[in-house]
Design a protein around this ligand. Structure first.
Ligand SMILES: [Mg+2]
Ligand SMILES: [Zn+2]
Length: 174
């Protein structure tokens, strides 16, 4: 059984300017590489689960998303950070799909391919729908990032940097 860290993308990995779809708008959050290193060094697999309704709304295309994704993965690879897989929901809310967070479709896809120990897994997100996904999918531990008021997260930090500092100091908790 494998421990996993499930990551939201916008607002966690990169600064959320709203429907980010271009490489020039993709700015990694401060501390994200170091934070992911902490989890990798402790044997966690990394997964990204991201709502990309900008595709369904027609703001950008699936190809734009995949181009940006390969840029992001290259930047991770340069730092020896391996992302096991990326799941994305391309649907607009009115399509009522089963993958848009807080629905569990994206996590279900991962669980079909990997044996994940959910009791010892974590999710980091910046919206209530991320934390609700974790609860719906039974991912035991959650971290909320940012200024939004989010309920039911295990921990909350203003920034990824603050989160990274906390986990470095409290490395018995994960
Ligand atoms: Mg987000
Ligand atoms: Zn969907």
């Amino acid at each position: 059984m494998q421990k996993a860290l499930f990551l939201d993308r916008d607002g966690v990995i990169n600064i959320d300017y709203g429907y980010v779809s271009k490489i020039e708008d993709f700015q990694f959050t401060e501390g994200i590489f170091e934070l992911l290193r902490l989890f990798l060094d402790r044997g966690y697999m990394l997964f990204i689960v991201t709502n990309q309704s900008g595709i369904g709304r027609g703001y950008y295309t699936k190809e734009d998303f995949l181009t940006l994704t390969s840029y992001m993965l290259d930047e991770f690879k340069k730092r020896e950070i391996e992302i096991a897989s990326i799941e994305y929901c391309p649907h607009a809310p009115e399509e009522r799909c089963s993958c848009r967070k807080p629905a569990t479709g994206m996590v279900d896809n991962i669980l079909a391919k990997y044996k994940i120990d959910l009791d010892n897994s974590w999710l980091i997100g910046d919206k209530q729908s991320d934390i609700d996904l974790a609860h719906n999918a039974k991912i035991a531990h959650t971290i909320a990032i940012g200024e939004r008021k989010i309920e039911n997260a295990t921990y909350a930090f203003r920034t990824i940097w603050d989160c990274k500092l906390f986990l470095e100091k409290n490395n018995g908790i994960f």
